[in-house]
Design a protein around this ligand. Structure first.
Ligand SMILES: [Zn+2]
Length: 173
């Protein structure tokens, strides 16, 4: 005869599970250690299924890893933002061109996580601009050198850089 759990029993089990998350965690951990083979097999199956169900995501991920596709996306986004050159010095070497946050906050944004808990990435930023999810007016194109100078000025101010430079010089014997 099949063992049937009644509604009350099920509810009681759930209550117990909600009350004892540590016990469950410990039990799961022990089970995984004891059944490594089984667990690995299950993971493999699960991953395979996930890939099948998320074909689009996987394809997009692979496309982004492809340097040719990535360069094409970068070019497209630079052109959306005004052109493939640095707005400050005019440098047009695509290898060192970057997207600059006009009002700053770029590094903070990179530390953020997306809704799905994935770390925000440069590729994601490119995509969000390309798809119009982020407003173009907050970004422009700068070369790496100008971007760093811009960052330093914004963070420490032009004055303080000069002051600290003079101060260091004064300290010299
Ligand atoms: Zn520049």
């Amino acid at each position: 005869m099949l063992y049937k759990t009644s509604e009350t029993q099920r509810r009681r089990h759930k209550k117990w599970r909600d009350k004892n998350p540590e016990k469950i965690r410990k039990y799961v951990k022990e089970w995984k250690e004891k059944n490594q083979e089984k667990w690995r097999k299950y993971q493999k199956q699960y991953n395979k299924k996930w890939v099948e169900l998320n074909r689009d995501k996987v394809n997009a991920y692979n496309r982004n890893r492809n340097p040719v596709y990535r360069l094409r996306t970068r070019k497209k986004v630079f052109n959306l933002l005004g052109g493939e050159f640095c707005v400050l010095c005019g440098c047009s070497d695509i290898r060192i061109l970057e997207i600059n946050h006009i009002n700053g906050g770029g590094s903070q944004q990179m530390k953020q996580k997306t809704k799905k808990g994935i770390k925000y990435s440069y590729i994601q930023l490119l995509y969000d601009i390309k798809m119009g999810r982020l407003d173009k007016k907050y970004f422009n194109v700068m070369c790496r050198v100008c971007n760093v100078i811009d960052y330093v000025f914004r963070k420490y101010g032009e004055e303080s850089i000069r002051d600290s430079y003079i101060n260091t010089k004064l300290k010299l014997p």
